[in-house]
Design a protein around this ligand. Structure first.
Ligand code: AMP
Ligand code: FE
Ligand code: FE
Ligand code: ZN
Length: 281
């Protein structure tokens, strides 16, 4: 088994640097990695150069937070051009949404009598695409909560007093944006969403693949989604969704995609890029 195509670094809510991810990936005997930080490609350049140093194949990626019919869906983007202007402009909007949301959540935590400083959360996050885990980690670091779970349970989970909804791009727009940036759009961990009814709409919008193999998918769940890829003629992807040490033991390499599936993904990306180049000539 060859590739881990779902990895987060400290450029979003993971704890590892790209260098640490690559060192661990190599130790695990992986041949290809993708960095899929939430709503950012900030770490991709660094990750590409770390992979090149040790001869690992690297796929530029990001995981876009989106919604369709009130379902939060994560759409993985693979092989996008990390310098594509419209992609960067669009994701920058959502990075600002994330930063504003952190301010609102911290204000609510303050109203509850907990003197958390927003500057401390931003300093710990130290990236363009901060999220709730950074708030939780700051609360723990400063002794205001004992564990990350406690921070989510007391404040940050949906329905808890400091939870703030996040405005998201539409899933159909996300697919269009990914294609515009020369990439492939893949529905992330559908087994976590329990919203399979959205899949036909995504397919109609040009979805390229489904993440069948994921840490939270049982073998039965993986099989169900593989059957769906056959039904709709989609690609199969997989990855661990490793967030570094933030969720206990590092998951990198615990879920792997075969070289056969990886090669099909790559071939489709090349085919699309060739078609786009020809269309522009
Ligand atoms: P955000 O993008 O700011 O909404 O934060 C989402 C991130 O928070 C995801 O990476 C989740 O894995 C993480 N998360 C959500 N709920 C919890 C929880 N109860 N405990 C720990 N992490 C969580
Ligand atoms: Fe995350
Ligand atoms: Fe996700
Ligand atoms: Zn993820």
């Amino acid at each position: 088994m060859f590739a881990d195509l779902h990895l987060h670094s400290h450029y979003s809510d993971g704890t590892f640097t790209p260098e640490e991810i690559v060192a661990r990936g190599r130790k695990q005997g992986l041949g290809a990695l993708s960095l899929t930080d939430h709503d950012t490609v900030e770490g991709c350049e660094m990750m590409a150069s770390e992979c090149a140093k040790v001869g690992l194949e690297f796929v530029v990626g990001t995981e876009l937070t989106s919604e369709h019919n009130d379902n939060e869906l994560h759409i993985l983007a693979y092989f996008v051009d990390p310098k594509n202007e419209r992609l960067l402009r669009e994701i920058a909007k959502f990075q600002i949404v994330r930063q504003e949301r952190i301010r609102e959540m911290v204000a609510k935590i303050n109203e509850l009598g907990v003197p958390l400083k927003v500057e401390d959360v931003f300093a710990l996050a130290n990236c363009q695409s901060p999220g709730r885990p950074h708030v939780a980690r700051t609360l723990v670091k400063q002794g205001m909560c004992r564990t990350l779970d406690e921070a989510f349970e007391r404040f940050l989970k949906k329905g808890r007093p400091a939870w703030v909804p996040k405005s998201k791009m539409s899933s159909l727009q996300a697919i269009e944006l990914i294609h515009h940036a020369g990439g492939l759009a893949v529905m992330a961990h559908p087994g976590l969403n329990r919203s399979d009814e959205v899949i036909p709409d995504l397919v109609a919008a040009g979805l390229d693949g489904i993440e069948c193999f994921h840490t939270k998918h049982s073998p039965t769940t993986a099989k169900r989604y593989i059957a769906m890829t056959e039904k709709y003629n989609l690609l199969v992807t997989g990855g661990s969704d490793c967030h570094g040490m933030s969720k206990g033991r590092p998951l990198i390499g615990s879920v792997r995609l075969s070289r056969e599936h990886f090669d099909k993904l790559k071939a489709k990306a090349v085919e699309k890029k060739t078609a786009t180049t020809n269309a522009h000539q």
